[in-house]
Design a protein around this ligand. Structure first.
Ligand code: PHE
Length: 340
């Protein structure tokens, strides 16, 4: 009887075994190929009287599915064994686990902003694609200032009013136009200059700008804040010196040097035997800048300073080639660690 045959084949299907893939294939041929048992069964099925066709047909389908499933299971478990015996375990934890490291510029920027945060400065941000007003005009740059030249600044084609900001001082302007004093902000960010890329110059780099405006703010306040910063950043014995300088947006302006922390001020190749290295520009905010940005210069005074993050990172880590900071070579990046 065909019914009994199907029943015993069903029981048999569950017990099929194979020790390698060839044996699985042999089973497939035995049961499921053109000359196999299933096809023979289909031949027999033709003789089944019409009233039983439905019942027997379903049983045959069930048998076929059971056989297919059993053979697939056997094949997959054999393939899986083959993989693990060849040392290839996709579920294994990939030791040693390689942790990423922070970028040196991120570490240094964080250290700088941490120091100023402790002194009461809050973070401010602004766009890298800026308009002429915030980068130059509101910062007191005369119309014929060389920074406005295409040689120095990236302009957006067909929009001569739009530039890639050349300094983070544009954020000063954005803060002043929306906030009344007291203002005490620190503005980290990327800036762009039209320079040929070399070991010592790049077309983009990073700055941190500081701005403090209130009643009775003096140059002495600026000097003390910068001294505190230098000592926190480079160690308690660090000395500073301020040299007169010029920026359109500050008056008076100065450049700050720190005692070379590599030679302790004795003089070495790094500080070109002067004992000092320059780290930032600063000054008292020019009253014209306060007025242009909606702050009454008769009532308020302020100071500003700006430093290059790459420069500070170079001093800390002696990176000889600026390009290393943007090439993302892991052999360079993994040398820097930070608890932060
Ligand atoms: N913006 C100046 C620069 O890019 C730095 C600076 C900021 C100087 C604030 C004085 C005050 O070089």
């Amino acid at each position: 009887m065909i019914k009994d045959k199907i029943q015993s084949l069903l029981a048999e299907a569950d017990t099929l075994q194979a020790t390698n893939l060839d044996e699985v294939e042999a089973l497939r041929i035995k049961y499921l190929s053109r000359k196999g048992i299933m096809n023979a069964l289909m031949e027999e099925f033709r003789q089944v009287p019409p009233e039983s066709k439905r019942e027997i047909g379903q049983a045959i389908n069930q048998l076929k599915e059971t056989l297919q499933r059993r053979l697939t299971d056997l094949r997959e478990s054999l393939e899986c064994q083959a993989d693990s015996s060849s040392d290839f375990d996709l579920t294994r934890t990939p030791y040693p686990i390689h942790l990423g490291s922070r970028h040196p510029l991120t570490i240094v920027r964080q250290q700088i902003t941490d120091i100023f945060s402790r002194l009461g400065f809050i973070l401010a941000d602004g766009p890298e694609i800026e308009d002429d007003w915030h980068v130059f005009t509101s910062m007191n740059f005369p119309a014929d200032h060389p920074a406005r030249d295409m040689q120095d600044t990236f302009f957006i084609q067909r929009h001569p009013d739009i530039v890639l900001r050349t300094h983070t001082s544009s954020v000063q302007s954005r803060v002043m136009e929306t906030t009344q004093p007291p203002i005490r902000v620190i503005c980290p960010g990327r800036v762009y200059r039209n320079e040929a890329i070399s070991a010592r110059a790049h077309c983009f780099f990073h700055q941190v700008e500081g701005l403090y405006i209130d009643r009775h703010v003096t140059f002495a306040d600026l000097k003390q804040v910068l001294l505190t910063f230098a000592r926190e950043m480079f160690g308690p014995d660090t000395k500073i010196r301020l040299r007169p300088s010029y920026f359109p947006f500050t008056e008076p302006s100065a450049e700050m040097d720190i005692s070379c922390h590599l030679c302790g001020g004795e003089g070495c190749a790094f500080c070109k035997h002067t004992g000092w290295v320059e780290i930032l520009g600063c000054g008292m905010v020019d009253p014209a800048v306060l007025d242009a940005n909606g702050i009454d210069s008769k009532e308020y005074t302020g100071y500003a300073f700006g430093m290059g993050v790459e420069r500070i990172a170079n001093l800390k880590y002696r990176v000889s080639d600026l390009r290393l900071f943007s090439e993302n070579d892991v052999r360079f990046l993994t040398q820097f660690t930070s608890a932060q």
